[in-house]
Design a binder for this molecule. Structure first.
Ligand SMILES: C[S@@+](CC[C@H](N)C(=O)[O-])C[C@H]1O[C@@H](n2cnc3c(N)ncnc32)[C@H](O)[C@@H]1O
Length: 286
């Protein structure tokens, strides 16, 4: 059995373990490996600016930065560019390979950036890492299969007065339930993946063109400007969205209440009223 989070009443609801069985997990690492082909200085600059804005810092000189669920490794790279010493880990060995490849490309032989495999659901592992000035886990905890445990465990590695940054999918109630079923279907088999991709990718293209026309008066404007979102790629984010399973969601007030009771105060909040992530920066005060 594994647990899934019900933050509203602060309890964990037991669900059938087969729901999150290994073969039903999305292959995040494969998507990140493909993303690496698009990584360039422009994306890195966007990632650096996004990190500065989110954390409210000019640089991270002299700070330690723990990247939990590092994925492509781009946020770790941005933090290293800002001067932090970085510790990156991810559960998926291919994501770990990606982060390692990014390190090898930009900071070979650097002793201030360490990359390894690990799980945020492993309390002992988190405790073994020591404490960090910045604990960063963007778009990860809702994909672990036990978001409540993940939300708790990230604080284990947070130093006093440290910054905690998490991004969690917004709870859209019925709509989120619909997407959970789609993601489950995507991860269920090759046929599921094919059906979901063939149905939704063309819709996303059309939606992107409409947004481009309305927002930028340019049909490809949305695709061109997308990299401003943390240096990400629109295509890889579509795949991540369609396949990203396990999948849990939370309302902003639930996350704020959760960390407030853990001795943290909110320093920055970027919410969405749509399907993306709400982004939170807390400071540990006790
Ligand atoms: C949507 S990606 C986000 C990657 C990166 N943080 C970013 O912002 O681009 C989610 C990542 O969480 C990782 N992940 C899932 N479960 C995890 C766990 N239990 N511990 C650590 N990482 C995990 C996945 O392997 C994947 O690389």
């Amino acid at each position: 059995m594994v647990t899934t989070c019900n933050l509203q009443n602060g309890k964990s609801e037991k669900v059938n373990s087969t729901e999150f069985s290994l073969h039903q997990r999305f292959d995040f690492g494969a998507n990140w490996l493909s993303f690496l082909n698009t990584l360039n200085e422009e994306r890195l600059s966007e990632a650096v600016v996004s990190l500065q804005e989110l954390l409210g810092v000019e640089n991270l000189e002299g700070k330690s930065f723990l990247d939990i669920g590092s994925g492509s490794g781009l946020s770790s790279l941005a933090a290293r560019r800002l001067g932090a010493s970085v510790y990156s880990f991810d559960y998926d060995p291919k994501s770990v390979g990606c982060t390692q490849e990014v390190k090898n490309r930009y900071y070979p032989d650097d002793t201030d950036w360490y990359v390894e495999q690990g799980s945020v659901l492993d309390r002992d592992y988190l405790a073994s890492l020591g404490s960090f000035d910045v604990v960063y886990s963007w778009g990860v905890l809702h994909h672990t299969g036990d978001m409540l445990e993940g939300l708790h465990n990230v604080t284990i590695a947070l130093s006093d007065q440290g910054l905690l940054c998490v991004a969690i999918y917004n709870d859209q109630e019925i709509t989120s339930g619909f997407w959970k079923r789609i993601k489950k279907m995507y991860c269920s088999s090759r046929v599921g993946k094919f059906l979901v991709s063939s149905l939704f990718l063309p819709l996303f293209v059309v939606q992107g063109i409409v947004i481009g026309c309305v927002k930028y008066r340019n049909p490809v404007g949305h695709f061109i400007h997308y990299k401003k979102k943390r240096g990400m790629s629109v295509y890889h984010d579509w795949i991540d969205w369609l396949g990203g399973y396990p999948f849990e969601v939370a309302k902003p007030e639930e996350i704020i209440r959760f960390y407030t009771t853990q001795g943290c105060v909110l320093e920055n909040l970027i919410t969405t009223n749509r399907l993306g992530c709400n982004q939170f920066v807390f400071r540990k005060v006790v």
